[in-house]
Every structure is written in C-alpha cells, then in structure tokens.
Design a protein around this ligand. Sequence first.
Ligand code: HEM
Length: 222
Amino acid sequence: MTTRALPLKEPPDDQVERYSLTERIWHWLASLSYTYCTLTGLALFSPYLYWLAAVFGGGPTIRFWHPWLGLVFLASVVWMHGNWRDDLRLTEADREWRAKIGSYVENRDQELPPQARFNAGQKLFYWAMFYAILVLLLSGIVMWFPERVPRNLIVILPVVVILHEAAALISIGAIIIHIYMSVFAEPESLRAMVHGKVSRAWARNYHRLWYEKVQGQRRPAP
Ligand code: HEM
C-alpha cells in the first residue's frame, strides 16, 4: 500500500520573504543575549532570585559574563538600528493606527489603516528597547568598573544602579508584550522569524503597504 505524503509547507508561490537569514540571525542573537542578561540580572537584583545564578554557573560566573553578553545585545540592537531604522521610524500614519489601538486589541483588523513593514506597536516596542539599552549601557559601564569612579563621585553609584534596574524593568515589560504579540497572538509572525517567510494572505492582511512594495519590486520592468 502506498501512502501519499501530506505537504508540510505551502508552495513557495503562496509565500513572501519577510526576514532574510542575516536579519533572523541578528534577531535571535538579540533574543539569546537579552534573555541571558535578564535572567542573570534578576539573579543579581534580588536575593529571592539568586537561585537563578546557580542555573548559569554561579555568582562569579554570571558577574563576569553578564556585561559581556550585554555588549552582544548592544551589538545586535546597533545592527537592527542600522538596517531597520527606516522601517521602524514613527510616521504620521502611525498616529491613526495608535488612535485605533482598540480595534487591534479586539482583532477588528479591517478597521485599521494599512500598515507598512512594521505597525506602530512594533515600532514603539523597538524604541522602548533602544532607549532602555542606551541607559543600560551607560549605567552598566559605570557598574562594570566601580573602582574607576572618582572618590568624590562615589555617591552617584546608587543612582546609577537604580537607573540600570529601572531601564531593565521597562525593557522586561516591553519584551513581555513583544513575545506575547509575536509568538502567541500572531503565530505566523514566529514562523517568519524562524523560517523567514509568511503567507501572502498574512502579508496582505497585516502589512499591506509593505506587501505591495515587495510585490512592486518583484514585477519585471516594462
Ligand atoms: C526573547 C525572545 C524573543 C522572541 C520570541 C521574539 C520574537 C519575534 C518575532 C516572532 C518577530 C516577528 C514579528 C513580525 O514580523 O510580525 C520579532 C520581530 C522583532 N523583534 Fe523580537 N523576539 C524576541 C526578542 C527580541 C529582542 C530582545 C529584541 C531587541 C530589540 C527584539 C527585537 C525585534 C524587532 C525590532 C522586531 C521587528 C519589529 C517587531 O516585530 O516588533 N526581539 N520578534
């Protein structure tokens, strides 16, 4: 008896590339380095969470690697900034989308204005992370080398620590929304970040301006 294999993927013609391999590698580098920094940072933040240190090799080990992985995260955000900045810039059109955020939350997508590559919510997430990483970087460098802080400025150290923690907590709030929206609320987004492609129907539905632009680029010149 012969069995016919069911097609596991849609035919390529039904799909459109959303993220190149390079884009996906940098994104997952950001995710891994950010996750490491968050979990080890939480271990250093509260004695109640210090058990997390044991998971990553102990206190001295995470104290050593936390700032280095922070630099890897910084590098990936710098890469995103250099390559996605134009797509992530907030525009006048985003105001309308933000005014109709209720329709987005309640899945009444047909009431929303057509979107380019990223919607206003995705852009706001990025900018929250961007400013958080700036504060994390500046405060983190001071905390990395506390012995280099001049004696007469040592009083600023507790303020620097609070700034570092506040920026980390803001980024954690932002990432929870990011993961919820892109993994659970919109599973095809996750597929895009894993395999690089989305269905044409998804692209048309959620990012029509971007889809039309990509389509235009595919058309042969007259
Ligand atoms: C930690 C786990 C993470 C998961 C599971 C995750 C998942 C995803 C997914 C599925 C997408 C595709 C969304 C779409 O095209 O519709 C995406 C996009 C994106 N991710 Fe992440 N991500 C994570 C962490 C991060 C981190 C740490 C950053 C750092 C800035 C980041 C920045 C972005 C940006 C800028 C985009 C494009 C715009 C957007 O969709 O928000 N991600 N992510």
